[in-house]
Ligand binder design. Structure first.
Ligand code: 6CS
Length: 312
């Protein structure tokens, strides 16, 4: 059988490297074939999610930044300063977290999705036209965020005017000055050439980019135990592979950006400079609880416990 797998990035980006490893493992250990669909081949993130829910696609990688519109609790990944920005601390968290491995799968299942894996894609940086050192520097900035209400609240709390947009509109939006900023991991700023249409990168330490791979649940439930095991094993192998692949990736990407555009302003904010952004985070956390109630609070509390256990 041929199974279709769509993701939100190019073949050589983090999601693409993960998908290629998954494909390689499934094909080595079964008679099935995986056909990969990178960004741009089947539409935006929202489109590939619809296709996966409808069973046109068997697998999809969609980041919680977009899934938050469907599963409000998935917005927990946008409570600023909840996750450590540096990926090195995150492997054990994703491996062992009860929130990730037990609670989220139930919520995804309600949407017809079998959650296979969540994994980190790197430290999120602010990438703007003009340098940012304090919340006031964002006052005149229309800041593009992924389409979820909590990210909108975050950037309001940070002092900007948040503008939710699908990915395909970001480069053009910056080029034509409809927006003046966006946030993403460094590898993505480099590979998508965002530095061409911006002038500054700011390390605020407020997040690490999380993504999620899932299967259509009806498809998955209908598989033999043997096929399920092939998929689970491929999922684990791709997870370990992608953590290894990302070692040093942010630093390499930053070096490439500096080489391509020496005049880019790079600011790694000091603890003191980060303080007002951290203060704003408390408001965003309160908003998250307001939006998601008991269910969200349980996940948030569990995430905090799991993070403590993983980073001690
Ligand atoms: O910001 C976005 O929309 C995109 N960022 C990453 C790192 N991957 C895919 C996603 O569409």
């Amino acid at each position: 059988e041929t199974w279709k797998y769509a993701f939100e990035e190019a073949m050589t980006d983090v999601q693409g490297v993960y998908a290629q490893k998954f494909k390689e493992e499934v094909e080595a250990n079964s008679d099935h074939e995986i056909q990969l669909f990178p960004f741009g081949t089947l539409g935006e993130s929202a489109d590939i999610m619809e296709q996966a829910q409808a069973g046109i696609l068997q697998f999809v990688d969609q980041s919680p930044g977009f899934t938050g519109a469907l599963i409000p609790e998935a917005q927990v990944f946008f409570v600023p300063y909840l996750l450590p920005a540096k990926s090195e601390d995150l492997g054990d968290f994703f491996r062992n977290s009860k929130a990730i491995n037990e609670m989220f799968p139930e919520l995804y299942a309600e949407q017809g999705l079998e959650l296979l894996k969540m994994f980190p894609e790197g430290e999120v940086v602010m990438n703007t036209k003009d340098p940012v050192e304090k919340p006031e520097d964002l006052n005149e900035v229309k800041f593009r965020v992924m389409t979820n209400p909590l990210l909108v609240e975050s950037y309001k709390a940070f002092g900007a005017t948040p503008t939710p947009l699908p990915w395909g509109e970001v480069y053009g939006g910056l080029q034509t000055n409809i927006i003046q900023g966006q946030e993403n991991p460094l590898f993505w700023v480099e590979s998508t050439k965002m530095y061409e249409v911006t002038g500054a990168i700011t390390l605020t330490g407020h997040n690490n980019f999380t993504t999620a791979v899932m299967a259509n649940k009806e498809f998955y439930d209908g598989l033999s135990d043997e096929d399920k095991k092939v998929i689970q094993d491929a999922t684990e192998a791709a997870f370990e592979h992608i953590l290894e692949y990302q070692k040093g990736l942010s630093e390499e990407s930053l070096a490439k950006i500096k080489e391509a555009k020496p005049e880019m302003t790079i600011s790694d904010l000091t603890e003191e400079q980060r303080a007002p952004f951290k203060e704003a985070a408390a408001k965003v956390e309160a908003k998250f609880i307001e939006m998601t109630g008991d269910s969200g609070k349980k996940i948030l509390d569990q995430m905090k416990e799991d993070l403590k256990a993983a980073t001690q």
